[in-house]
Design a protein around this ligand. Structure first.
Ligand SMILES: Cc1cc2nc3c(=O)[nH]c(=O)nc-3n(C[C@H](O)[C@H](O)[C@H](O)COP(=O)(O)OP(=O)(O)OC[C@H]3O[C@@H](n4cnc5c(N)ncnc54)[C@H](O)[C@@H]3O)c2cc1C
Length: 378
């Protein structure tokens, strides 16, 4: 099936951000929207939705139940950070709501189905290029079967590479460079997800470990480190990854009964933001606009929020509003600065290994972060 040759809004990327943008547009306007992704929902890291995400899902016409999420009874995560002992870190913005644990593939399937049901044309094609012309954008595709398509407004929701926003002149500014080496396992037979506990974070000389339970008696664990440390220690080889895991205290104990580990996958986990994050007839959202440290477990919620904003911005443009000075780019820069300030405080608390390259790099004096003006988003 081919895409219509002309739409009002083309959304490139059908992760949480692109789906939120497409649903916002289709549920609240009669604009023609193409939601394009190169692949069906697949295995991606990210399984904890922040408390409050339930309200974002409700705005999009979904619920924790329809996306297959599991409510955790806790309002905190366990952390051995700056101390050998595990302590509870309250999810300070939780306002009494529990975090949601999701099967990531299930979440994306539900979001795409909802976008489709609202009227978005959902298609599996890799977008090759987006070129500006007098009347909007021309999109070309990798598949020869799919002819070029034009759109009045472009939303880049293609992930941290922000390829299409960069082609429009934006630049990615990277603050922290990290990688995640990530693997999944099954909880021991007979063990319930509830017994496996929520999120556990633990520091190590080479970085920090994250582990969490996911619906269906699954478990994930990831080591966050620097690319040079990964390469030097070959930490992405299954043997080295498991050896590093065995050197932890709490994480090892918690995962001792897990089995069927998948081969570790390496993913970039940088902290970065795009500037500008929007133009006269385009906007970036989700990781394309800003990526946060997975320590915050805020990437998907931020993807949903900025996706909703991007959808509103596109709707305003299509209704004839000049969105050039809407303040969206300033808001992304401000969010990034606040996030980095929070991370700096967090990394400063871990003093076990001041000379270890991972920690030394994060505890080095950084020039004061510029706090950007608060601005309204269209
Ligand atoms: C190890 C790790 C753990 C994480 N844990 C959490 C967590 O617990 N909680 C949390 O909230 N966040 C977490 N995150 C962050 C979270 O995964 C991201 O913030 C989230 O995926 C961003 O969603 P998105 O829609 O912006 O991008 P993505 O989910 O990356 O979606 C982008 C989509 O664009 C498509 N695409 C790209 N290029 C093209 C093209 N040329 N043509 C067509 N389609 C294209 C891709 O196929 C993809 O589906 C974690 C990240 C990492 C690395």
């Amino acid at each position: 099936m081919t895409l219509p040759d002309r739409v009002d809004v083309a959304v490139v990327g059908a992760g949480p951000a692109g789906c939120a943008a497409a649903i916002t547009l289709c549920a609240f306007t009669s604009l023609r929207v193409a939601l394009i992704d190169r692949a069906p929902p697949n295995r991606k890291p990210g399984e904890m939705l922040q408390p409050g995400a339930g309200e974002l899902l409700a705005y999009l016409g979904l619920s924790a139940e329809t996306v297959g999420a599991v409510h955790r009874p806790s309002h905190a995560m366990s952390a051995a950070w700056g101390s050998d002992q595990l302590t509870e870190w309250p999810l300070i913005f939780a306002m009494g709501q529990p975090a949601l644990h999701v099967d990531r593939q299930g979440l994306e399937t539900a979001l795409r189905e909802r976008a489709s049901a609202c009227g978005a044309t959902l298609q599996l094609h890799a977008v090759r290029s987006t070129r500006k012309h007098d009347d909007g954008w021309a999109l070309t595709f990798d598949s020869d079967e799919q002819p070029a398509q034009s759109a009045r407004f472009l939303i880049d929701a293609s992930g941290p590479g922000a390829r299409f926003a960069r082609a429009a002149g934006a630049r990615v500014h990277t603050t922290h460079r990290s990688v995640a080496i990530w693997s999944t396992a099954r909880a021991a037979l007979g063990e319930d997800i509830a017994d496996a506990g929520g999120v556990l974070v633990e520091t190590a000389p080479e970085g920090w470990w994250y582990s969490a339970a996911v619906p269906g008696n699954g478990l994930v664990a990831a080591l966050f480190t620097d690319a040079a440390i990964l390469t030097g220690g070959a930490l992405n080889s299954p043997d080295r990854w498991h050896e590093a895991l065995a050197r932890t205290r709490h994480t090892r104990q918690r995962l001792s009964n897990a089995g069927g580990w998948t081969s570790p996958i390496t993913r970039p986990a940088h902290v970065q933001h795009l500037a500008p994050a929007h133009g006269a007839d385009w906007v970036a959202c989700g990781d394309a606009a800003m990526t946060v440290d997975p320590l915050s477990a805020m990437g998907m919620s931020l993807g949903l929020t900025t996706g909703i904003h991007a959808g509103r911005l596109a709707a305003a443009y299509c209704a004839g509003t000049d969105v050039t000075d809407c303040g969206y780019s300033d808001e992304i820069a401000r969010q990034h600065d606040m996030h980095v300030a929070m991370l700096d405080r967090c990394f400063a608390q871990e003093r076990h290994w001041p000379d270890a390259p991972f920690w030394a790099a994060r505890q080095a004096q950084r020039p004061a972060t510029k706090v950007h003006a608060v601005a309204a988003v269209a």
